[in-house]
Design a protein around this ligand. Structure first.
Ligand SMILES: [Fe+2]
Length: 316
């Protein structure tokens, strides 16, 4: 693959729109052997527990479901089969750290983007996750803190992308995500859809959108394999520092932050403060309570899903 170009239909409009508006591009990464079923099954089987998320999603009795599970005693292939049958969603997080062949592929992708987009500062840090999701799986309305690209490998999905400003996303929303690592507590109203850009994705297509733009995803009746890439350059890094510092001011000290400046004394004061406080026991305790594992896949159970009780840990 290294000899081939990744992007096949890039034009001047893509170069000026990158980072400023949602854009859909053609790529050839879906043809890589890194995304064959055999390779993915093997990857799942040996994936470190701390780096994958198995989620159950959907709506039950009018309430949104969003809970986290464990692959239990399933093989990689059985996990993919289970996903194709149910409302499950597997994210192999940090795959670019775990297998360097994915990071080589992404390095090539960012090099090509850097050649085509003069205003894009190349990321000093990125990480990719492979998402395998059920035919009806949904990702609810949320925003991400790093820059984001969504690369479609197999299956079809519809992505709604919303403006990256209030009321769709507020400074407080971004602070809470930074502080608690919880993306899914953002308020959403159906009328927001009138302001969304709606783009369908097929294998060989990818999306990029402005920083922090909220989005939601509906799979269109087929199992989906996608790769999400989160990336950070200097400007994005500073934005995250401000989110964390302002979140601490608001949540811990009851103070409403007035500045989101990325420069000057207000920024550097916050940079020092968030560094001192970000890993205190208060922040860690809040994160743990909001990220519990609630089910496990299991052959010995008739429904192949075992619900785990977290009542004790939640009360702690
Ligand atoms: Fe996202």
């Amino acid at each position: 693959m290294a000899a081939d170009r990744i992007f096949s239909n890039w034009d001047d409009t893509h170069s000026v729109l990158w980072g400023h508006a949602p854009i859909r591009l053609a790529h050839n990464m879906h043809k890589s052997p890194l995304f064959s079923m055999d390779h993915l099954a093997e990857l799942i089987e040996h994936y470190p527990r701390e780096h994958y998320s198995l989620m159950q999603t959907g709506v039950k009795e009018g309430k949104r479901i969003w809970r986290q599970g464990d692959i239990g005693n399933f093989s990689g292939r059985q996990v993919i089969d289970a996903i194709s049958r149910g409302d499950l969603w597997l994210n192999l997080r940090m795959v670019s750290d775990i297998d360097s062949r994915y990071s080589d592929l992404l390095a090539q992708m960012f090099t090509e983007i850097g050649e085509k987009v003069p205003h894009f500062a190349l990321p000093h840090q990125y990480n990719a996750g492979i998402l395998i999701s059920a035919p009806k799986a949904q990702v609810h309305y949320h925003a991400d803190l790093p820059g984001q690209s969504l690369i479609q490998i197999a299956g079809r999905k519809r992505v709604h992308i919303y403006p990256s400003n209030p009321p769709f996303v507020t400074p407080k929303n971004l602070e809470d995500i930074q502080l608690f690592e919880l993306e899914l507590d953002m308020p959403y109203h159906e009328w927001y859809d009138r302001y969304a850009t709606v783009l369908d994705l097929e294998p060989g297509q990818m999306l990029n959108w402005p920083l922090n733009a909220p989005h939601r995803v509906d799979n269109l009746g087929t199992v989906n394999i996608s790769m999400t890439v989160g990336y950070e350059n200097e400007e994005i890094r500073r934005t995250r520092i401000v989110n964390l510092a302002n979140g601490l001011l608001r949540n811990r000290f009851g103070y409403t932050p007035k500045s989101r400046s990325l420069k000057g004394p207000a920024f550097w004061g916050k940079a020092v403060m968030q560094k001192a406080l970000r890993n205190t026991s208060w922040v860690k305790r809040e994160r743990k309570a909001r990220n519990e594992i609630e089910f496990r896949l299991d052959h010995d159970h008739p429904e192949q899903v075992v619900n785990l009780s977290n009542d004790l840990s939640k009360a702690a």
